[in-house]
Design a protein around this ligand. Structure first.
Ligand code: NAD
Ligand code: PRE
Length: 368
């Protein structure tokens, strides 16, 4: 019998998991959301077999429940689940960006015959809703599970296998407190910094509009995540308070160190600051392929004149190069060039770079 799975919240994350479940498993997926619009889109895109705005109906007789709501709503939903009849040995998991508080809150589910295993897929977007969902959103990303030490191993294995099939992510097990410290530093703090910078420059811009007009690659690439969902981030920050207070204290030290160096005109200290950062940034492990980093990519500058894209594709087709995607970039956030070409095979990529350079184009083959 295929598993019957309830996905509570058919937004970006729930919608992406549901799409993967339908694409790569034989599960029957029941979607639940308060937004009729997201539910209708999930049904139209084939992410769910059944859709409902009634929680009791959604979780009735299901084998697995995946709670993909904002962190505050995850806790409320856990409360509501405690008074609903759930199938015996049902596995309940969530996708919330914090873990300690949620895992502690979910202890109350132990009164029922259900197994709670906290979860957090480490990929996403500043965009929200089913409209932004994609079945490969998590491909090759880490997907953290935080089972209690006494959680049934069989249940952890069953959930890991299912999520791996549905998301193509790499499942890892972590202690919830450790998770919140690490993710606080590499995700929650950066979102605060990005939003703070956007707000600060927004204040300056009210006096002088050149601040926004001149905002180029540096500002845009650092602040992309400043466009993320306010309710989602309110809930995350309130749920990871202790860690974030420590991290913000460390951040103030970093910034004050630079403030002092600039104030004192200490060039050596400034240079060492950037040298260390450049070295450490280069050491970040490459999370390989996946939706956000297709297999082989190059970017090129082309003049803004009619027929230029056709010229590029003609050169490539003359050389029998297969392109898997071609994209005109509206802004240059983080990337050089205005035309992005993607290839599935390395030899197509190498031949394309060589012949486009030969034709006189400025071609960039790796991200900086
Ligand atoms: N966005 C990311 O990058 C990302 C990555 C990993 C994990 N997460 C976590 O995933 C969860 C969902 O985030 P998302 O990005 O999918 O958000 P989203 O806004 O795209 O989707 C949330 C969905 O929940 C619904 N919803 C909200 N409150 C509800 C309630 N009280 N009852 C019923 N439905 C409700 C909304 O209608 C929406 O469809 C959050 O806990 C977030 O911390 C997000
Ligand atoms: O790529 C983005 O826009 C994200 O913010 C994704 C991101 C992150 O910080 O990396 C955001 C929240 C999650 O809990 C996990 C991933």
């Amino acid at each position: 019998m295929p598993d019957r799975i309830a996905v509570l919240g058919t937004g970006l994350i729930g919608g992406s998991i549901a799409l993967g479940l339908k694409e790569r498993t034989d599960a029957v997926v029941v979607g639940y959301d308060r937004s009729d619009e997201d539910l209708a889109l999930a049904a139209t895109l084939g992410a769910v077999d059944e859709a409902t705005t009634d929680l009791a109906e959604a979780v009735c007789d299901v084998d697995i429940i995946i709670i993909a709501l904002p962190v505050g709503a995850i806790k409320e939903t856990i409360n509501r689940l405690t008074s609903l009849p759930l199938k015996a040995a049902c596995i309940v998991t969530d996708v919330g960006s914090t873990k300690s508080e949620i895992v502690a809150h979910a202890q109350k589910l132990k009164q029922q015959d259900v197994i709670f295993i906290g979860g957090h897929p480490m990929a996403g977007s500043h965009r929200s809703g089913m409209k932004a969902a994609h079945s490969l959103l998590f491909e090759n990303a880490y997907y953290v599970l935080t089972p209690d030490p006494d959680t049934s191993l069989l249940a952890v294995q069953k959930l890991s296998r299912l999520l791996h099939l549905a998301t193509k992510a790499e499942l890892v097990i972590m202690d919830p407190v450790h998770h919140d410290r690490v993710v606080g530093a590499i995700s929650h703090l950066p979102h605060i910094i990005a939003a703070g910078l956007v707000n600060m420059v927004g204040d300056y811009n009210e006096q002088n509009e050149w601040f926004h007009r001149l905002a180029a690659g540096g500002f845009r690439s650092l602040t992309r995540i400043g466009a993320s969902h306010p309710v989602m981030w309110r809930d995350i920050l309130l749920s990871n308070r202790e860690e974030l207070i420590n991290l913000l204290d460390d951040w103030v030290l970093q910034i004050n160190n630079m403030r002092d160096a600039i104030h004192e005109g200490d060039g050596d200290r400034i240079e060492a600051f950037f040298a260390r950062s450049r070295r450490l940034r280069a050491q970040l492990p490459d999370r390989k392929k996946g939706l956000l980093a297709p297999v082989y990519e190059c970017w090129l500058d082309i003049p803004d004149v009619p027929g230029e894209i056709a010229r590029v594709t003609a050169i490539l087709s003359e050389q029998s190069v297969n392109i898997s995607n071609i994209e005109v970039l509206n802004n240059r956030e983080e990337l050089p060039g205005v035309l992005k070409l993607t290839y599935k095979k390395e030899h197509d990529f190498k031949r394309a770079v060589a012949c486009l350079k030969e034709a006189g184009y400025a071609v960039y083959a790796d991200r900086t």
